[in-house]
Design a protein around this ligand. Sequence first.
Ligand SMILES: NC(=O)c1ccc[n+]([C@@H]2O[C@H](COP(=O)([O-])OP(=O)(O)OC[C@H]3O[C@@H](n4cnc5c(N)ncnc54)[C@H](O)[C@@H]3O)[C@@H](O)[C@H]2O)c1
Length: 398
Amino acid sequence: MQRITMLGAGLIGMFYTMSLHGRRSRDRVEVVYSRTAERARNFANEWGIPRHTDQLAEAINDPDTDVVVVALPNHLHEEAVTLAAEAGKAVFCTKPLGRNAAEARRMLEVVERTGVYHAYLEDLVYTPKTLKALKAVQSGSVGKVLWVRSRETHPGPHSDWFWNRELSGGGAIIDLGCHCVEIARNFIGKEIRPLEVSCWADTQVHPIDAEDHAVGLVRYENGAIGQFEVSWAFRGGMDLRDEVAGTEGTIWLNHWMRTGMELYTAVGEAGYVAEKADSDKGWLFPVGDEPGALGYHDMFADALDCLEQGREPMESFYDGYVVNAIIDAAYESARSKQWSPVELPTWRGKSNVESLSVARDFDDDHLLIKSERMPDGSEKLILRHKQSGEVSQRIVRK
Ligand SMILES: NC(=O)c1ccc[n+]([C@@H]2O[C@H](COP(=O)([O-])OP(=O)(O)OC[C@H]3O[C@@H](n4cnc5c(N)ncnc54)[C@H](O)[C@@H]3O)[C@@H](O)[C@H]2O)c1
């Protein structure tokens, strides 16, 4: 059993508590912090939490908790993580770890210097579908991963601070791109170094300083590409989709809309439908178990099991730091309109990895480029001569 301090009583504090207290869980939130005493009290009453406070340090130093969950706006992550690490408590931090890589690196340094357990709460790599897809990739079902495309788009966040670039660290890229980047890293292989980023970003709709739409490419050392597509200007709900393209197979994942439950209502649902649903009338896409579908249950199970068993969780502060470094490069690329290098002075993965390219021998003289079954039943082979490089075709009839 773990006794937990929850820092933040907003949207994610609510989802986290719902997941931690769900299914007769033995783990309990013992104290909650929110900026106002009234919100902290209401949240505590709603979720059966014994203590509440509007004092950050008091919540962190609560003598009866062992784990601190940071569910605060981005500009408060570093302060909260530092206080928790110095109090000697295990610290779990929501995404993005920092507003930039410098902040994330300092957070990594403080948890490592103090020796406290740390987990990066990147829920979207823990959705049941993603875990299943990762297993398929790891067992070789799709061959070598060439391209991962990850999209998170919705009509924009629910609180003022997200829209303030100073407090959040950016717009849709830092808020949503952090998920997409880490999803792609998981499929491509976290040990493969991200080298450079090319990114387009713009403020298409909202009167803000940060970007509300962006598309980026992250090039990895082995030649794989991670593609992120993020928007705060998308209409129709929250579009969470991933695609994995490998040398031997393909995976398509849809996490939030058209996933099996569709409900039409002419009169309206009169209230909440699902996170970031854009309407409560017409065709709707409700979600049966939101915390489960978003990965919170498996994420906390992994983070808490690993804490108790002395293992590293699937997502650590180091991962959060790498994500921030990739995002810094994306912002630089969007500004310069050039590919930007990913600056990773602290790199713990592999170096000088082999390229993904796979050349298949057809015979002693030729490599096989591809084969295709044609409408007349014949098989067409496209070949490349090993010495001359000449490309030719052969038709094989049964
Ligand atoms: N899928 C996910 O993993 C996911 C989803 C949503 C949010 N988040 C992350 O969780 C963190 C909190 O987001 P949220 O959606 O819960 O935010 P929110 O605005 O709903 O809640 C913020 C909470 O922090 C408290 N707070 C303390 N000081 C504050 C300040 N100076 N300004 C504003 N609030 C302050 C508020 O009282 C509130 O309890 C962010 O880092 C965000 O990126 C993660």
